[in-house]
Structures are given as structure tokens and as C-alpha cells.
Design a protein around this ligand. Structure first.
Ligand code: FAD
Length: 468
């Protein structure tokens, strides 16, 4: 492999080919630090042409490639296996914003640009790039598209796929496909762009993308609502969709235990309500007319919901600081749960109308089979997407509880399947859910996916062992 490393050095410069373990460590370790892979080398190209050169070299030596952006993925997709036979291809040096076209409402950026940098660049020209994730300061455009990331504004603007008009991709053959079109209509055959989006790096390397921009809202209203049950949350969602229309941008369900954990583990977080309630919804609207109008709309809406008994209480943020404080409660749930101890995570979706029944049935089954286990349920209810995590009973050793991980997964995922849902709503399959998905997707669907992989990457060099 000395010759392989030498050719990579010649292609992009010796200092961008990392082989010392202390340099490669951060690229081999996944976000939650559960697992670490072993890379033959870490390659850090700075341009599309350098990526293409490296892929051609990898192909000629039969070396497989693990593309990596911010390495914030949660399904072991962005790290290599332990064989030491793959290279990590870090896209982070491809970090230029190539163009902004305000008349077309598009921005073209390289794959390694941070999501937060895209949001800021859009804001500078008075536009909104609506993708928003808690990892936005670390994750990249290429990673967002390769995982078809969701986040908190999918309800109004859609997920990463819906926000992308064109792609530039280096294929497994080392060719550069320039599909950077800023078109909203283009019916000229198979949609290659949509194949690469959500492919988790198994079909090619995304090197740049043309993204959709939107008018920046003049005011966001954030409100936390207390409710009796998920049924009440579903009713509220329908009412909000009807009454607030397209101004409704976020609808996050939070169960009581989530708030308890945040208050317990995260300093300076407190309960915004005077008393405890079983469920909460964090609701956000974005108004394009006037801030005053936005306030009147949301106040009228909340008053009507209170009067009709649909909600039990509400706290409306009066300024940005208060809005951030409410969003912090939501954003800190994962961190608080991690501080409480190890748990079993599920990132699932079911049709929105089935959410109450899914929660009721699955909670009941868990209580029956895993007595005392605690369901930490929260997430993007407006998209039908829940983080349905299960923590051990109070006092039970987490390591003992985790021995039941497979059985808990089976129970939860079988219920998801029963309600016609998906076992991975946001994070993808990576290596973590590669085997699990075989149980729930039909053989026909799996075989169609294998055919696509075979056609685009016949030598299985692109992120092998991920998805299929
Ligand atoms: P990486 O983790 O580096 O890679 C992810 C996958 O994409 C890997 O399979 C990798 O091989 C592939 N890949 C990366 N770049 C490229 C490229 N240029 N070309 C081809 N393949 C590539 N996800 C959500 O959807 N919604 C959320 O709300 C959300 N919240 C999160 C909150 C936190 C705190 C954390 C840690 C993660 C969260 N995530 C969320 C998951 C993660 O941030 C997203 O999946 C994100 O889009 C990954 O981007 P990345 O640049 O870190 O990609």
C-alpha cells in the first residue's frame, strides 16, 4: 500500500494524506464514541478535481472509500470498519460558497460547508435556508444531503431532499457529473439527484449542491403548550394547520419525563410552567407580514384552544431570549438523557394520525415486557417522526438493561411496522440498522436497491457495509 499512499500524496499534497494514528483518530471515532473504526488513511482533498483524482486512484488499487462530512451521523455511516482497508475521504476542505442567485432564490455551495455557514450566507442576503438541526455548527451540506436530514422545520419546508435543486457528484468511476441545475422543473428522465440524496455515500461523492432559499420571515413566534395526551397534541396540530396555515413551521412533542430529565441534568434549565403536565408541544410560527400581526394571530389561536379545552396551559415567548430558552429545553433532551445513563434509541416515523395509538400500544407493551422501563418520547410530531427512546427502570443497571436491546428494538420496530411506519425517519441506516431493515423492507425493494448499487458502484468501493 506504500505506492497507493504515495499516489494519493502526489494527487493532493502529502500533508493532506493522514496516516499517523494520532491524526486519524478523530475521523475514525463516531459521534457518540461507542465505536471506532480503523482507516488505511484519511484523505483531505480541497476541490472536486482532487476528489475525482483520489477516487480514480482508489479504484485502481481496489481501496474502498468512506465519505465523511462533519461526522455527526448517528448510525455508524461515516466511519470505516475495523479492517484497516478503507480510506476516509473528508470533504471538509471543500468549503466554498460558489454562488448566490437571489433572483432564482438559490445558493450553490461545496459539500464541506457547514450547515450554519449556509444559514448565515442566506441571512446576509435576507433569505432563509430553512434546514435546522442541533448539529448545525458541525454537520455539512454533503452530510445533510447524503442522510436526507430533517430537523425542526420539515413541517413547512420539507427535508434536505426538498431543499436541493441540483448536485455535483464524483461517481465511483472517478467521473464528475455536473448536475448543478437551479431548476424547479426538469422532467428529462430518471432523477439522478434524488438517487444520490439519502444514499449515505454508497453511490458516489457529493461535491457541491444548489440549494433552495426562501424569503426570510420577519418574526418567529415560539410557544410551549401543555396538554393532557398525544391525542390532544394531534387535535392541536390539526387546529394549528387549519388556523395558522403555512405560518406553522414547527410542532415538537415533548413528554413529561423529557422535561424532568432536562431540568435534572442541564444547568440553568427550569420548568416554564407552575405545575406539571403529562405532555407538551413546542410550536413555532414564522410570519412574513408583520411581527405585530404574528403576535395577534398566535394569541387569538391560543385563547381559542384554551377556551375549547384543547390545551391546558401555554407560555408564549415575548422575545428572542425567551424563545431560545424554550428551544433549549427541546434541544437538550438528548444530552439530558445521555447524562441520566445509557438507553435504547429509536428514530421512527408513523403516519401522523397513528401517533397516539402507536405511543399508547408501544408504551403498554414495554410496561408489560420490561417492567419499570422509562419511555423518553419526543420529536417532530408535525412530520410523524418521534425519538422513542427507552431508559432502564430507576435503580436498574443500564448494562443489564442493554442486554435486552435486541428484544426492545424488536418490540418497538414491530409496532412501527404494524402502524406502517419507518424504523429510520431521519438518521439513515448506516451500518447500525443495515441488518434490521431486512426484516421490514420487502425483498423486492431490497433487490431494487441492490440493483441500483450494482449499477452505480459495481466494485462496491463506495462506503461498503452501509445500507446494504
Ligand atoms: P457525516 O456524519 O459525516 O456523514 C453522514 C453520512 O453521509 C455517512 O454515511 C457519510 O459517508 C455520508 N456523507 C457525508 N458527506 C458526504 C458527501 N459529501 N458525499 C457522499 N456521502 C457523504 N439528523 C437529522 O436528520 N435531524 C436532526 O434533527 C438531527 N439532529 C442531530 C443532533 C445532534 C446533536 C447530532 C449529533 C446529530 C443530529 N442529526 C440529525 C444527525 C446528523 O447531524 C445528520 O445526519 C447530518 O446531516 C450529518 O451530516 P455530517 O456532515 O455530519 O455527515
Amino acid at each position: 500500500m506504500t505506492e497507493f499512499i504515495q499516489q494519493c500524496r502526489n494527487a493532493i499534497g502529502a500533508s493532506y494524506v493522514l496516516t499517523d494514528k494520532e491524526d486519524t483518530f478523530a475521523y475514525e471515532q463516531e459521534w457518540r464514541q461507542r465505536l471506532r473504526g480503523n482507516a488505511l488513511a484519511v484523505l483531505r482533498p480541497a476541490s472536486t478535481q482532487e476528489v475525482a483524482r483520489l477516487i480514480t486512484i482508489c479504484k485502481s488499487f481496489g481501496v474502498s472509500i468512506v465519505p465523511q462530512g462533519g461526522n455527526t451521523g448517528l448510525v455508524l455511516g461515516s466511519i470505516p470498519d475495523t479492517s484497516g482497508k478503507s480510506v476516509v475521504l473528508s470533504l471538509k476542505r471543500l468549503n466554498n460558497i460558489r454562488a448566490i442567485d437571489t433572483a432564482n432564490n438559490t445558493l450553490t455551495a461545496e459539500a464541506g460547508c457547514l450547515l450554519s455557514a449556509i444559514q448565515q450566507a442566506a441571512a446576509k442576503v435576507d433569505r432563509l435556508y430553512p434546514l435546522s438541526l442541533a448539529s448545525e455548527g458541525s454537520c455539512t451540506v454533503g452530510g445533510n444531503l447524503s442522510t436526507n436530514a430533517g430537523g425542526t422545520a420539515v413541517l413547512r419546508y420539507g427535508n434536505a431532499r426538498d431543499l436541493c435543486l441540483g448536485l455535483e457528484v464524483v461517481t465511483a468511476n472517478g467521473d464528475v457529473w455536473d448536475g448543478l441545475r437551479g431548476l424547479r422543473k426538469d422532467n428529462t428522465g430518471y432523477d439522478l439527484r434524488d438517487l444520490f440524496i439519502g444514499a449515505e455515500g454508497t453511490l458516489g461523492i457529493i461535491t457541491a449542491a444548489t440549494l433552495k432559499l426562501y424569503p426570510a420571515p420577519v418574526a418567529n413566534m415560539t410557544v410551549m403548550v401543555a396538554l393532557e395526551s398525544p391525542e390532544a397534541a394531534l387535535l392541536l396540530l390539526n387546529e394549528a394547520s387549519k388556523k395558522l396555515g403555512p405560518t406553522l413551521t414547527g410542532f415538537e412533542l415533548i413528554s413529561r419525563i423529557c422535561l424532568q430529565l432536562v431540568i435534572k441534568h442541564i444547568p440553568s434549565q427550569s420548568d416554564p410552567f407552575m405545575q406539571q403536565y403529562p405532555y407538551y408541544v413546542l410550536l413555532e410560527t414564522s410570519e412574513h407580514q408583520s411581527a405585530e400581526l404574528a403576535k395577534v394571530f398566535i394569541r387569538d389561536f391560543l385563547e381559542a384552544q384554551l377556551n375549547q379545552g384543547h390545551i391546558l396551559d401555554a407560555v408564549l415567548a415575548e422575545n428572542l431570549t425567551q424563545a431560545n430558552a424554550l428551544w433549549n429545553l427541546r434541544e437538550n433532551i438528548s444530552m439530558a438523557q445521555a447524562k441520566e445513563g445509557k438507553n435504547i434509541k429509536h428514530d421512527i416515523s408513523v403516519p401522523i394520525s397513528s401517533i397516539p395509538a402507536f405511543i399508547a400500544t408501544t408504551n403498554q407493551l414495554l410496561a408489560h415486557h420490561f417492567a419499570g422501563s422509562r419511555v423518553v418520547c419526543f420529536g417532530h410530531m408535525g412530520d410523524g417522526n418521534l425519538h422513542y427512546n427507552v431508559s432502564p427502570a430507576i435503580g436498574q443497571s443500564a448494562d443489564v438493561f442493554l442486554q435486552s436491546q435486541e428484544a426492545v428494538n424488536r418490540l418497538v420496530h414491530d409496532q412501527v411496522h404494524h402502524f406502517h411506519g419507518s424504523i429510520s425517519a431521519e438518521h439513515g441506516l448506516g451500518a447500525l440498522k443495515r441488518e434490521e431493515i431486512q426484516r421490514y423492507k420487502s425483498l423486492i425493494e431490497m433487490n431494487l436497491m441492490r440493483s441500483i448499487k450494482q449499477a452505480l458502484d459495481p466494485h462496491n468501493l463506495m462506503n461498503p457495509g452501509k445500507i446494504i
